[in-house]
Write a protein that binds this ligand. Structure first.
Ligand code: SF4
Length: 286
């Protein structure tokens, strides 16, 4: 009797491939080899950088040890001015606090992530926090509970905040670039990031944190409108719309690469210095 070969599980293949690409990108690889034939295709048009983006790039703090000027490229999802963002969703500019913003977002159907979500994960924490963490998007636990960073990666983030920085998780503000879970935990697509970005920027404007910690490549690239790998941005101060941004690795990456916790701890210590936080008594997170 002949047996039928097992069908490949495409989701597993995609998840494995994604993990591999994420890992090599976070290790600093800029790209993968492509065939000469693919170079002959018409390039996609890229929107020109807005004056504000140019200004942001030129006003980075002098403490930034590495220059990104030559490698920074306007991402497809790069936000324009605040006015342009508000124009995307008329009425957004009238929301004067986080509760009003959440009500404005409502049962949002503005991108295709709405179809598969259980809960829209808006954000949590102190509405006047001096420190804001921005991640990529909700995972399965976050989607189920409606709160950002509550799974294993969330526990590690809480450990970083409470054990490492010596402050309560309730004293910071935590949210994501996209508010709805991408299926199979894939990365959010540029169109999804662009659709949700007005909400993120308005959240930042309402909280007005002194420092934003961008967790992982998606958050850092969305906030800074660059395509630089996180491994080359982390540990260096950047600026987005007048707010200091410290990119660092995503806690989910640290779960797979615990040896890099020391790099995140170094980044966190830079943040603590700027915020004037004393060295935590109990030492760095485990
Ligand atoms: S990800 Fe953002 S834009 Fe897309 S449906 Fe959710 S809230 Fe709306």
């Amino acid at each position: 009797m002949s047996t039928r070969p097992t069908e490949p599980n495409h989701n597993i293949i995609l998840a494995t491939l994604r993990d591999y690409v994420e890992q090599i990108v976070e290790e600093g690889l800029d790209g993968l080899p492509i065939s000469p034939a693919s170079l002959q295709r018409e390039p996609s048009p890229r929107p020109a950088a807005t004056p504000r983006e140019s200004e942001d790039a030129s006003t980075r703090p002098p403490t930034a040890a590495r220059s990104e000027t030559s490698e920074a490229q306007a991402a497809p999802s790069a936000a324009g001015t605040a006015a342009a963002l508000f124009a995307v969703y008329p009425g957004l500019e009238k929301t004067a606090n986080l509760a009003e913003l959440r009500a404005f977002i409502g049962d949002c159907q503005r991108c295709k992530l709405a179809k598969s979500r259980t809960h829209l994960v808006f954000g949590v924490g102190n509405p006047k926090a001096r420190l804001m963490f921005v991640g990529e998007g909700p995972g399965a636990d976050e989607d189920a509970q409606g709160e950002p960073f509550v799974g294993r990666a969330g526990q590690l983030l809480t450990d970083i905040i409470e054990r490492g920085m010596g402050i309560s998780r309730a004293d910071v503000y935590i949210c994501n670039v996209v508010k709805c879970r991408p299926p199979e935990n894939r990365k959010p697509e540029p169109s999804e990031i662009a659709a949700c970005q007005p909400f993120l920027w308005h959240q930042i404007e309402l909280v007005r944190p002194q420092v934003i910690v961008a967790l992982g490549s998606v958050a850092a690239q969305a906030l800074l409108a660059v395509k630089t790998p996180i491994s080359r941005m982390r540990g260096v101060w950047h600026q987005a719309r007048g707010t200091m941004v410290m990119p660092t690795f995503h806690p989910a990456y640290l779960l797979r690469n615990p040896a890099d916790k020391r790099l995140v701890w170094s980044d966190v210590q830079e943040v603590m210095k700027v915020l004037g936080l004393p060295a935590a008594k109990r030492g760095r997170p485990r």
